[in-house]
Design a protein around this ligand. Structure first.
Ligand code: MTE
Length: 335
Protein backbone atom coordinates (compact mmCIF):
# COMPACT_ATOMS: atom_id res chain seq x y z
CA UNK A 1 0.00 0.00 0.00
CA UNK A 2 2.87 2.24 -0.73
CA UNK A 3 2.31 5.41 -2.66
CA UNK A 4 5.98 5.89 -3.19
CA UNK A 5 8.57 5.10 -5.78
CA UNK A 6 10.14 1.67 -5.60
CA UNK A 7 13.52 3.15 -4.73
CA UNK A 8 11.98 4.75 -1.65
CA UNK A 9 10.81 1.47 -0.14
CA UNK A 10 12.97 0.86 2.90
CA UNK A 11 14.63 -2.55 3.18
CA UNK A 12 12.94 -2.93 6.57
CA UNK A 13 9.58 -2.91 4.80
CA UNK A 14 10.65 -5.75 2.58
CA UNK A 15 12.59 -7.91 4.98
CA UNK A 16 11.09 -8.86 8.27
CA UNK A 17 12.71 -9.20 11.66
CA UNK A 18 14.83 -12.25 12.31
CA UNK A 19 13.18 -12.46 15.71
CA UNK A 20 10.16 -14.02 14.02
CA UNK A 21 12.11 -17.19 13.60
CA UNK A 22 13.00 -17.48 17.23
CA UNK A 23 9.51 -17.28 18.57
CA UNK A 24 7.81 -20.39 19.67
CA UNK A 25 5.31 -22.19 17.53
CA UNK A 26 1.78 -22.23 18.72
CA UNK A 27 -0.49 -25.09 19.48
CA UNK A 28 -2.88 -25.23 16.62
CA UNK A 29 -4.71 -27.52 18.80
CA UNK A 30 -6.90 -30.16 17.24
CA UNK A 31 -5.68 -32.42 20.02
CA UNK A 32 -6.17 -29.62 22.50
CA UNK A 33 -9.68 -29.02 21.24
CA UNK A 34 -10.61 -32.68 21.57
CA UNK A 35 -9.27 -32.74 25.12
CA UNK A 36 -11.26 -29.64 26.04
CA UNK A 37 -14.45 -31.06 24.62
CA UNK A 38 -13.84 -34.37 26.42
CA UNK A 39 -13.29 -32.45 29.64
CA UNK A 40 -16.67 -30.81 29.16
CA UNK A 41 -15.21 -27.34 28.70
CA UNK A 42 -17.49 -24.79 27.08
CA UNK A 43 -14.58 -23.61 24.99
CA UNK A 44 -14.34 -25.62 21.82
CA UNK A 45 -11.70 -23.50 20.15
CA UNK A 46 -8.09 -24.04 21.18
CA UNK A 47 -6.59 -22.24 24.13
CA UNK A 48 -3.67 -20.70 22.29
CA UNK A 49 -0.28 -20.67 23.88
CA UNK A 50 0.19 -16.91 23.59
CA UNK A 51 3.43 -15.31 24.73
CA UNK A 52 2.85 -14.33 28.34
CA UNK A 53 4.65 -11.01 27.93
CA UNK A 54 2.33 -9.83 25.17
CA UNK A 55 -0.98 -8.06 25.78
CA UNK A 56 -4.33 -9.88 25.52
CA UNK A 57 -7.53 -8.24 24.43
CA UNK A 58 -10.46 -9.70 26.38
CA UNK A 59 -13.03 -7.29 24.87
CA UNK A 60 -16.24 -6.03 26.48
CA UNK A 61 -18.23 -8.27 28.86
CA UNK A 62 -20.98 -8.94 26.33
CA UNK A 63 -18.45 -10.31 23.83
CA UNK A 64 -16.50 -12.54 26.19
CA UNK A 65 -19.24 -15.16 26.54
CA UNK A 66 -19.76 -15.23 22.77
CA UNK A 67 -16.04 -15.73 22.18
CA UNK A 68 -15.95 -18.54 24.72
CA UNK A 69 -18.91 -20.26 23.06
CA UNK A 70 -17.43 -19.94 19.57
CA UNK A 71 -16.71 -23.11 17.61
CA UNK A 72 -13.94 -23.93 15.15
CA UNK A 73 -15.20 -24.32 11.61
CA UNK A 74 -12.85 -26.96 10.20
CA UNK A 75 -14.46 -26.90 6.76
CA UNK A 76 -13.38 -23.27 6.34
CA UNK A 77 -9.99 -23.51 8.02
CA UNK A 78 -6.45 -23.86 6.73
CA UNK A 79 -4.20 -26.50 8.28
CA UNK A 80 -1.07 -24.41 7.74
CA UNK A 81 1.10 -23.13 10.59
CA UNK A 82 -0.34 -20.07 12.24
CA UNK A 83 1.52 -16.78 12.18
CA UNK A 84 2.96 -16.10 15.63
CA UNK A 85 0.65 -14.08 17.87
CA UNK A 86 3.22 -11.31 18.12
CA UNK A 87 3.32 -10.95 14.31
CA UNK A 88 -0.47 -10.78 14.10
CA UNK A 89 -0.70 -8.01 16.71
CA UNK A 90 2.44 -6.04 15.84
CA UNK A 91 2.92 -6.22 12.06
CA UNK A 92 -0.13 -4.29 10.86
CA UNK A 93 -1.48 -2.04 8.17
CA UNK A 94 -3.90 0.48 9.65
CA UNK A 95 -3.08 3.87 8.19
CA UNK A 96 -5.46 5.64 10.56
CA UNK A 97 -2.79 4.94 13.20
CA UNK A 98 0.29 5.54 11.05
CA UNK A 99 1.91 4.09 7.95
CA UNK A 100 4.70 2.06 9.60
CA UNK A 101 4.06 -1.62 10.30
CA UNK A 102 4.58 -1.07 14.03
CA UNK A 103 2.64 2.22 14.27
CA UNK A 104 -0.84 0.72 14.79
CA UNK A 105 0.25 -1.43 17.74
CA UNK A 106 1.96 1.60 19.26
CA UNK A 107 -0.66 4.27 18.52
CA UNK A 108 -3.95 2.38 18.87
CA UNK A 109 -3.66 1.04 22.41
CA UNK A 110 -5.96 3.70 23.91
CA UNK A 111 -8.49 3.46 21.10
CA UNK A 112 -11.69 2.71 22.99
CA UNK A 113 -14.15 0.71 20.89
CA UNK A 114 -16.90 0.05 23.44
CA UNK A 115 -19.65 1.19 23.01
CA UNK A 116 -19.68 1.01 19.20
CA UNK A 117 -22.47 1.66 16.74
CA UNK A 118 -22.84 0.50 13.16
CA UNK A 119 -25.12 2.24 10.66
CA UNK A 120 -26.73 -0.14 8.18
CA UNK A 121 -28.41 1.78 5.39
CA UNK A 122 -29.26 2.00 1.71
CA UNK A 123 -31.12 -0.72 -0.18
CA UNK A 124 -32.13 -2.70 2.86
CA UNK A 125 -35.42 -3.59 4.60
CA UNK A 126 -34.28 -2.83 8.14
CA UNK A 127 -32.00 0.20 8.06
CA UNK A 128 -30.84 1.60 11.36
CA UNK A 129 -28.03 2.55 13.66
CA UNK A 130 -27.37 -0.58 15.67
CA UNK A 131 -25.36 -1.20 18.81
CA UNK A 132 -22.63 -3.64 17.82
CA UNK A 133 -23.80 -5.93 20.59
CA UNK A 134 -27.28 -6.17 19.09
CA UNK A 135 -26.07 -7.22 15.65
CA UNK A 136 -23.49 -9.73 16.89
CA UNK A 137 -25.39 -11.38 19.74
CA UNK A 138 -27.99 -13.24 17.64
CA UNK A 139 -25.20 -15.24 15.95
CA UNK A 140 -23.07 -18.16 16.98
CA UNK A 141 -19.47 -17.14 16.39
CA UNK A 142 -17.05 -19.35 14.48
CA UNK A 143 -13.30 -19.60 14.39
CA UNK A 144 -11.85 -19.76 10.90
CA UNK A 145 -8.18 -20.03 10.07
CA UNK A 146 -7.58 -18.05 6.91
CA UNK A 147 -4.59 -17.01 4.82
CA UNK A 148 -4.26 -13.21 4.63
CA UNK A 149 -2.29 -12.10 1.54
CA UNK A 150 -1.32 -8.44 1.54
CA UNK A 151 -0.89 -6.68 -1.80
CA UNK A 152 2.63 -5.85 -0.56
CA UNK A 153 3.49 -9.56 -1.07
CA UNK A 154 3.63 -10.81 2.53
CA UNK A 155 1.13 -13.20 4.05
CA UNK A 156 0.07 -14.72 7.36
CA UNK A 157 -2.20 -17.52 8.51
CA UNK A 158 -4.58 -16.10 11.13
CA UNK A 159 -7.26 -17.64 13.39
CA UNK A 160 -10.18 -15.19 13.27
CA UNK A 161 -13.43 -15.39 15.22
CA UNK A 162 -16.53 -13.93 13.67
CA UNK A 163 -19.73 -14.51 11.76
CA UNK A 164 -20.36 -14.90 8.06
CA UNK A 165 -21.28 -11.50 6.59
CA UNK A 166 -24.17 -13.22 4.79
CA UNK A 167 -25.85 -13.90 8.16
CA UNK A 168 -25.82 -10.23 9.11
CA UNK A 169 -27.06 -9.19 5.67
CA UNK A 170 -29.93 -11.68 5.85
CA UNK A 171 -30.83 -10.23 9.25
CA UNK A 172 -31.31 -6.74 7.73
CA UNK A 173 -32.74 -7.86 4.38
CA UNK A 174 -31.07 -6.41 1.27
CA UNK A 175 -33.72 -5.54 -1.32
CA UNK A 176 -33.60 -6.40 -5.04
CA UNK A 177 -31.72 -3.17 -5.89
CA UNK A 178 -28.79 -4.05 -3.63
CA UNK A 179 -25.89 -4.86 -5.98
CA UNK A 180 -22.92 -3.73 -3.86
CA UNK A 181 -22.03 -3.58 -0.18
CA UNK A 182 -19.92 -0.64 0.94
CA UNK A 183 -18.05 -0.52 4.26
CA UNK A 184 -16.70 2.59 6.00
CA UNK A 185 -14.13 2.89 8.79
CA UNK A 186 -14.53 5.36 11.64
CA UNK A 187 -13.36 8.88 10.87
CA UNK A 188 -12.22 10.55 14.07
CA UNK A 189 -8.93 12.46 13.80
CA UNK A 190 -8.95 13.05 17.58
CA UNK A 191 -8.66 9.34 18.17
CA UNK A 192 -6.89 8.31 14.97
CA UNK A 193 -3.60 10.19 14.66
CA UNK A 194 -2.98 9.04 11.08
CA UNK A 195 -6.07 10.99 10.00
CA UNK A 196 -4.61 14.26 11.24
CA UNK A 197 -1.19 13.77 9.70
CA UNK A 198 -0.26 16.49 7.23
CA UNK A 199 1.48 13.84 5.15
CA UNK A 200 -1.49 11.53 4.99
CA UNK A 201 -1.64 9.85 1.61
CA UNK A 202 -5.28 8.78 1.82
CA UNK A 203 -8.62 10.60 1.82
CA UNK A 204 -10.57 9.65 4.91
CA UNK A 205 -12.65 7.81 5.83
CA UNK A 206 -11.28 4.51 4.51
CA UNK A 207 -13.94 2.88 2.34
CA UNK A 208 -14.10 -0.58 0.77
CA UNK A 209 -16.80 -2.52 -1.02
CA UNK A 210 -17.79 -5.89 -2.43
CA UNK A 211 -20.25 -7.03 -5.04
CA UNK A 212 -23.32 -8.46 -3.32
CA UNK A 213 -22.51 -12.03 -4.45
CA UNK A 214 -18.98 -11.67 -3.02
CA UNK A 215 -20.47 -10.35 0.22
CA UNK A 216 -22.87 -13.31 0.42
CA UNK A 217 -20.14 -15.88 -0.30
CA UNK A 218 -19.79 -18.21 2.71
CA UNK A 219 -16.06 -17.36 3.03
CA UNK A 220 -16.67 -13.66 3.71
CA UNK A 221 -16.33 -13.07 7.42
CA UNK A 222 -17.08 -10.22 9.80
CA UNK A 223 -14.48 -10.69 12.52
CA UNK A 224 -14.79 -9.62 16.15
CA UNK A 225 -11.94 -11.72 17.50
CA UNK A 226 -8.56 -13.24 16.75
CA UNK A 227 -6.41 -15.83 18.47
CA UNK A 228 -9.20 -16.70 20.92
CA UNK A 229 -9.71 -13.14 22.21
CA UNK A 230 -11.40 -9.94 21.05
CA UNK A 231 -9.79 -8.04 18.17
CA UNK A 232 -6.94 -5.80 19.31
CA UNK A 233 -7.42 -2.17 18.21
CA UNK A 234 -4.54 -2.46 15.75
CA UNK A 235 -6.31 -5.36 14.01
CA UNK A 236 -9.52 -3.41 13.47
CA UNK A 237 -11.49 -3.64 16.70
CA UNK A 238 -14.29 -4.02 17.29
CA UNK A 239 -15.53 -5.17 13.85
CA UNK A 240 -13.65 -5.78 10.61
CA UNK A 241 -14.13 -7.56 7.34
CA UNK A 242 -12.03 -10.59 6.31
CA UNK A 243 -12.16 -11.52 2.61
CA UNK A 244 -9.46 -14.17 2.30
CA UNK A 245 -9.32 -14.50 -1.51
CA UNK A 246 -8.67 -10.78 -1.98
CA UNK A 247 -5.66 -8.64 -1.16
CA UNK A 248 -5.67 -7.57 2.48
CA UNK A 249 -6.67 -3.97 1.77
CA UNK A 250 -10.22 -5.15 1.05
CA UNK A 251 -10.43 -6.42 4.66
CA UNK A 252 -11.45 -3.06 6.11
CA UNK A 253 -11.10 -2.39 9.83
CA UNK A 254 -13.15 -0.69 12.57
CA UNK A 255 -16.35 -0.55 10.53
CA UNK A 256 -19.00 2.07 11.44
CA UNK A 257 -21.20 1.90 8.35
CA UNK A 258 -22.44 -0.80 5.98
CA UNK A 259 -24.41 0.51 2.98
CA UNK A 260 -26.23 -1.55 0.40
CA UNK A 261 -26.02 0.19 -2.97
CA UNK A 262 -27.27 -0.13 -6.52
CA UNK A 263 -24.12 1.35 -8.11
CA UNK A 264 -20.48 0.39 -7.62
CA UNK A 265 -19.11 2.81 -4.97
CA UNK A 266 -15.73 4.53 -4.98
CA UNK A 267 -13.24 2.77 -2.74
CA UNK A 268 -10.16 4.20 -1.07
CA UNK A 269 -7.15 2.48 -2.64
CA UNK A 270 -8.69 2.32 -6.10
CA UNK A 271 -9.42 6.06 -5.94
CA UNK A 272 -5.94 6.81 -4.63
CA UNK A 273 -3.99 4.85 -7.25
CA UNK A 274 -6.30 3.27 -9.85
CA UNK A 275 -3.49 1.76 -11.92
CA UNK A 276 -2.13 -0.05 -8.87
CA UNK A 277 -5.18 -1.15 -6.89
CA UNK A 278 -8.32 -2.43 -8.58
CA UNK A 279 -11.84 -2.61 -7.22
CA UNK A 280 -11.81 -6.41 -7.29
CA UNK A 281 -8.29 -6.92 -5.87
CA UNK A 282 -8.52 -10.70 -6.16
CA UNK A 283 -5.22 -12.36 -5.29
CA UNK A 284 -3.78 -13.23 -8.70
CA UNK A 285 -0.18 -14.36 -9.26
CA UNK A 286 -0.55 -13.70 -13.01
CA UNK A 287 -1.28 -9.98 -12.64
CA UNK A 288 1.66 -8.07 -11.21
CA UNK A 289 1.48 -4.84 -9.32
CA UNK A 290 3.02 -2.19 -11.60
CA UNK A 291 5.97 -1.92 -9.19
CA UNK A 292 6.47 -5.51 -8.03
CA UNK A 293 5.66 -9.13 -8.84
CA UNK A 294 2.66 -10.85 -7.30
CA UNK A 295 3.89 -14.35 -8.26
CA UNK A 296 5.32 -15.08 -4.81
CA UNK A 297 4.86 -13.92 -1.23
CA UNK A 298 6.82 -13.83 2.02
CA UNK A 299 4.95 -16.00 4.48
CA UNK A 300 5.47 -14.69 8.02
CA UNK A 301 7.45 -15.59 10.05
CA UNK A 302 10.16 -14.59 7.63
CA UNK A 303 13.64 -13.13 7.99
CA UNK A 304 16.56 -11.98 5.91
CA UNK A 305 18.26 -15.39 6.19
CA UNK A 306 15.10 -17.41 5.99
CA UNK A 307 12.74 -15.35 3.84
CA UNK A 308 10.17 -18.14 3.57
CA UNK A 309 9.07 -17.18 0.07
CA UNK A 310 6.26 -19.30 -1.35
CA UNK A 311 4.29 -19.25 -4.58
CA UNK A 312 1.15 -17.14 -4.51
CA UNK A 313 -1.97 -19.09 -5.45
CA UNK A 314 -4.86 -17.91 -7.59
CA UNK A 315 -7.54 -16.45 -5.32
CA UNK A 316 -5.11 -17.06 -2.46
CA UNK A 317 -5.89 -20.80 -2.67
CA UNK A 318 -9.69 -20.34 -2.45
CA UNK A 319 -10.46 -20.90 -6.16
CA UNK A 320 -12.83 -23.80 -5.48
CA UNK A 321 -14.99 -21.53 -3.35
CA UNK A 322 -14.93 -18.34 -5.41
CA UNK A 323 -13.73 -18.81 -9.02
CA UNK A 324 -17.35 -19.14 -10.20
CA UNK A 325 -18.01 -15.55 -9.11
CA UNK A 326 -15.77 -14.33 -11.92
CA UNK A 327 -16.70 -16.74 -14.72
CA UNK A 328 -16.30 -15.01 -18.10
CA UNK A 329 -14.51 -11.97 -16.66
CA UNK A 330 -11.09 -10.88 -17.90
CA UNK A 331 -9.23 -10.75 -14.58
CA UNK A 332 -6.33 -8.85 -16.13
CA UNK A 333 -8.74 -6.05 -16.88
CA UNK A 334 -10.78 -6.39 -13.68
CA UNK A 335 -7.79 -6.71 -11.37
N1 MTE B 1 -8.55 -0.92 7.12
C1 MTE B 1 -8.41 0.38 7.41
N2 MTE B 1 -9.47 1.07 7.89
N3 MTE B 1 -7.23 1.05 7.24
C2 MTE B 1 -6.13 0.41 6.72
O1 MTE B 1 -5.07 1.05 6.58
N4 MTE B 1 -5.21 -1.69 5.83
C3 MTE B 1 -5.57 -2.88 5.06
C4 MTE B 1 -6.57 -3.76 5.81
N5 MTE B 1 -7.63 -2.96 6.38
C5 MTE B 1 -6.25 -0.97 6.39
C6 MTE B 1 -7.48 -1.61 6.64
C7 MTE B 1 -4.41 -3.69 4.68
S1 MTE B 1 -3.42 -3.04 3.47
C8 MTE B 1 -4.17 -4.93 5.19
S2 MTE B 1 -2.94 -5.91 4.57
C9 MTE B 1 -4.94 -5.45 6.33
O2 MTE B 1 -5.88 -4.49 6.83
C10 MTE B 1 -4.00 -5.82 7.44
O3 MTE B 1 -4.70 -6.39 8.52
P1 MTE B 1 -3.89 -6.75 9.85
O4 MTE B 1 -3.14 -5.54 10.27
O5 MTE B 1 -4.92 -7.17 10.86
O6 MTE B 1 -2.95 -7.90 9.48
Amino acid sequence: MLIKKADKIKPSEITSESVYLNRRRFMQGLAGTAALIAAGSARAIPEYDLDSDLPRYPGPDWLQGLLRASEPNAAFSSQEDLAPYHSVISHNNFYEFGTGKKDPAKNAQNFNTDPWKVEISGEVDKPGVYNLEDIVKPHRLEERIYRLRCVEAWSMVIPWIGLPLSQLLKQVGPNSKAKYVEFTTLQDPQRMPGQRSLFSSLDWPYVEALRIDEAMNPLTLLAVGVYGNALPPQNGAPLRLVVPWKYGFKSIKSIVRIRLLEEMPKVTWNETAPREYGFYANVNPAVNHPRWSQATERRLPSSLFNPNVIDTRMFNGYADEVAHLYAGMDLKKWF
